[in-house]
Design a protein around this ligand. Structure first.
Ligand code: FES
Length: 111
């Protein structure tokens, strides 16, 4: 628990919205999907220096507003070009209404 970083309270997260937070110096998008599940995914698009939290939550993906690549919230994999490299994802815990993120990045291969 001591490595986890408190990033926000659950009530700050709107459904199908992304919130940009800092996790140990890394920009991370914290996303709540339509089912209420919370994900943490690297905030910087791998195609350009664009903040993914300024994009769109679409089902189980976060879409970059610049050129439309969609990244899977669970794995960070891009589902369409032009991005072809995944963004990291991070483990999330919710304790007493607070959202914590594990700063250790996970890749699709490590999931
Ligand atoms: S900068 Fe994100 S798809 Fe191009």
């Amino acid at each position: 628990m001591s490595d986890l970083v408190k990033v926000c309270s659950e009530s700050e997260l709107g459904e199908n919205e992304a919130l940009r937070v800092d996790v140990a110096g890394t920009a991370v998008a914290v996303v709540k999907d339509a089912a209420g599940a919370i994900f943490a995914i690297g905030d910087t698009c791998t195609h350009g220096d664009i903040s993914l939290s300024e994009g769109f939550v679409e089902g189980d993906t976060l879409e970059c507003w610049a050129h439309g690549s969609k990244f899977e919230l669970k794995t960070g994999k891009p589902l369409n070009f032009p991005a072809y490299e995944p963004v990291p994802v991070f483990a999330v815990s919710v304790v007493d209404g607070d959202v914590f993120v594990d700063p250790t990045p996970r890749t699709p291969e490590s999931l």
